[in-house]
Structure formats: C-alpha cells, structure tokens
Design a protein around this ligand. Structure first.
Ligand SMILES: Cc1cc2nc3c(=O)[nH]c(=O)nc-3n(C[C@H](O)[C@H](O)[C@H](O)COP(=O)(O)OP(=O)(O)OC[C@H]3O[C@@H](n4cnc5c(N)ncnc54)[C@H](O)[C@@H]3O)c2cc1C
Length: 288
C-alpha cells in the first residue's frame, strides 16, 4: 500500500477494488460480506499509517475514478474520490465561498468528510449539507450532516458503518478576488511553515486545549528526533517525515516517544490525528 499513502509506508493489501460508481461500492461491499472479508476504506491515504504487514481483506480505494464535481446554483455536488482542494478551486472559480480552508489539504473529499478536515479558515462541517453513503451491510442512503457527528478532526462515520460515496455542500456567493486572496494567504503560510513537499501525513497529533501541539512539541524539544528513517521535521514539530526507508513501526515508535516527551515536560496527553490502518499488533495506541 506504500504507493497509495503520502507517507509512502505500508505493506500489501490482500485485495484492492477501485469503484467508479455508487453501485460498484454496493457490489464490492456485498461481495466482501459474502466472502466474510474485512473491509477497509481509503481515500488519498494522506492521514493514515498502514501497518508494515499490510491490510487483510478488501481495500476500497476511493480515488480519481469516483471524482465527478458538479455545481448547481450555490450547491456543490462531488464524489468521494475528488480531491478536496479541486472541489474548493472549482467552487472558487464559480465565485462560491466556504471551502477556502481546503487550500493545501492533499486528501480526497471522502477522507476530508471522515476527518472533518480543516484549517484556520474553517472545516468541512461548516458547509456540508449531506452525504450519499453505502452502509457496511451494503445499502445506500442519504445522511444529513447533523447525523455524522463531525467534530474537531473526527466523525462518527466509522462507528455508524458508512462509506461516503458523494456529498453536497451549500456555499455562499462571494467575490472571486476575496476567495483567492484568502486561499493565497493560507498557501504562503503553509509554504513557509510546513514541509509540504515531504513524505508525511501532515500533523500526526491533534491539537489540545493547550492550543497548537506543534508548539508544545517544539518547546519540548521534539524537532529532529529520529527512529530509523522517520524524523520529526525541523520546520514543524507535529510533522513526521519519511526520509527514506521508514517503516510503520518506526513512525508509531517515534510517535510514542514524542507523546512521552510532551507528557513528561508539560503534563499534556496527546491523541493521534493520523489513523492506524491494517494488520497491527493491537492496541497500536492506548489513547486513540
Ligand atoms: C502535507 C499535508 C498537509 C495536511 N494538512 C492538513 C490540514 O491542514 N488540515 C487537515 O485537516 N488535514 C491535513 N492533512 C491530513 C489529511 O490530508 C486530511 O485528514 C485529509 O482529509 C485525509 O483525506 P484522505 O483522502 O487522504 O483520507 P485517508 O488518509 O485515505 O483516510 C483517512 C480516514 O478516512 C477514512 N475514509 C477515507 N475515505 C473515506 C470514505 N469515502 N468513506 C468513509 N471513510 C473514508 C479512512 O478509512 C481513514 O480512516 C494534511 C496531510 C498532509 C500530508
């Protein structure tokens, strides 16, 4: 799976399916049930750490094969595999505001909804209307945003047993210049503060009630910590970078060391933002 994740880490999946439509997703889920295979959903793989042993059962890869984007009035419809940033840019070109926050987020629309992705400019739940989803029992349904439990970098989508296939966002008309200027400010902040070009999964830990976890890690002296090929970025202490040859165990081990350091120095317990996927020795993380 390494080539399907932004960390470029992870062993093989037993089976991989790339759906092109909602009915493909329904068929794949029903087939997996019939064969008693575990099912894992993946978008762009930019917020996951896939185990070195890989993933057992069937992986549903929601990628550019399921990526239609349509704009009708103030409503944007997009399929789960569409890049979130592309949805935001098409909305911006149509003079619709509400998705500017997505500048620089490299994930898919489905992954963005699952994570309630966001930045200082907002997050998915601010403008999401509803999703079309396939349940883990193989039925399709429309689910309103209020039922998805979207909160800071989390949702109840896994708990509800849903695979997001498409979504609708309600946006506001605004001047294209203002939308582009907001996105440009975010872009230039990211370029100078994050190793956006490197093999990473963005911030590995969530922020806490004490504010930025990047700052807590920096003040605790985490920058430059290393395990194998996995290194804490010197540009942003909440990013782990795969400098080459890092394993999932390297990254998970480094995350444990970072969390222990912050707990010792500040008393704050960190929670992973990155999702551990695949064939791990359970539990990968005590407090996730
Ligand atoms: C350089 C960099 C910068 C980043 N900056 C930000 C940022 O500013 N803000 C932010 O919030 N995040 C950021 N991220 C993290 C990441 O891009 C987001 O969390 C993104 O929304 C994940 O989308 P994805 O498609 O890659 O999801 P994946 O990593 O593929 O999956 C994440 C989770 O979502 C589930 N999932 C994926 N698709 C679906 C679906 N269709 N239905 C049901 N479940 C699904 C998966 O099972 C998994 O549990 C950054 C990452 C990188 C590498």
């Amino acid at each position: 799976m390494a080539r399907h994740t932004s960390f470029r880490i992870g062993g093989p999946a037993d089976l991989l399916a790339v759906p092109r439509s909602e009915s493909d997703v329904v068929s794949a889920v029903r087939w997996a049930i019939e064969k008693s295979l575990p099912l894992t959903v993946l978008g762009n793989g930019t917020n996951v750490l896939v185990a070195d042993r890989g993933i057992r059962g069937l992986v549903l890869l929601m990628d550019r094969n399921l990526a239609e984007i349509r704009i009708e009035g103030h409503v944007v419809y997009a399929e789960a595999g569409a890049p979130l940033l592309k949805v935001a840019m098409q909305s911006a070109r149509a003079g619709l505001s509400g998705l500017e926050f997505a500048e620089g987020i490299p994930g898919s629309l489905g992954g963005g909804i699952f994570m309630n992705a966001g930045t200082s400019l907002g997050e998915v739940k601010d403008s999401l209307i509803d999703v079309r989803a396939v349940t883990w029992s193989g039925d399709a349904a429309t689910v309103p945003v209020g039922d998805l439990g979207l909160a800071y970098r989390s949702s109840r989508i896994a708990e509800l047993g849903l695979i997001v296939v498409s979504a609708r966002f309600g946006l506001r008309p605004s001047s294209k210049e203002e939308i582009n200027a907001a996105m440009e400010r975010l872009r230039s902040h990211r370029v100078s503060n994050q190793p956006h070009w490197a093999r990473s999964a963005g911030c590995v830990f969530k922020n806490t009630e004490r504010g930025s976890t990047g700052r807590l890690l920096d003040e605790s002296g985490a920058k430059g910590m290393r395990r194998g090929g996995a290194v804490v970025s010197v540009l942003h202490a909440n990013f782990i970078v795969n400098e080459g040859g890092a394993t999932a165990e390297d990254v998970a081990g480094l995350m444990r060391e970072m969390a222990e350091l912050v707990l010792r120095k500040t008393g704050v317990a960190l929670t992973p933002e990155v999702r551990f996927i695949g064939d791990w020795d359970a539990p990968v993380w005590d407090n996730r």
